[in-house]
Design a protein around this ligand. Structure first.
Ligand SMILES: [Zn+2]
Length: 132
């Protein structure tokens, strides 16, 4: 059996080193679209709890700065020096939609190891990647 969540939104900032326009720090309202969760129905009658799954994603990504792992230390120091909250997500590679989608997939598999997922991650209304 599978369940489907049409859209989950989160806001985050990122940048792509070496990329012209996207080399600047900027933000997106990311949309996870058409999330399908494949798994067995548990004793509670659910494959997963919709609200919990949304909260997991929001907790890890909403209103965060997504940076490549190699930049994490510098950002933490800069944000500490500026006395700003340290809401950073450090990921493998450039924080492209592709790599952010991989991080979300990894996160979901950590929280729900008995489930598998497919979804699209959109950075804007028209551009997205599919995973799973
Ligand atoms: Zn961007």
């Amino acid at each position: 059996m599978n369940l489907r969540i049409d859209r989950i939104f989160f806001c985050a900032a990122h940048y792509l080193r070496g990329h012209g326009k996207c080399g600047r720090v900027h933000g997106h309202t990311y949309a996870i679209r058409d999330l399908k969760v494949f798994g067995n129905v548990g004793e509670n009658g659910m494959i997963v709890d919709f609200g919990e799954l949304k909260a997991v994603i929001k907790h890890h990504f909403d209103h965060k700065l997504i940076v490549p792992k190699e930049d994490e230390k510098k950002w933490r120091k800069a944000l500490k020096d500026l006395d700003l909250p340290l809401d950073i997500v450090a990921i493998d590679g450039q924080p492209t939609a592709e790599n952010i989608a991989k991080e979300i997939y990894k996160l979901l598999r950590e929280y729900y190891p008995d489930c598998y997922f497919t979804f699209a991650l959109y950075e804007g209304p028209n551009e997205g990647v599919y995973i799973g």
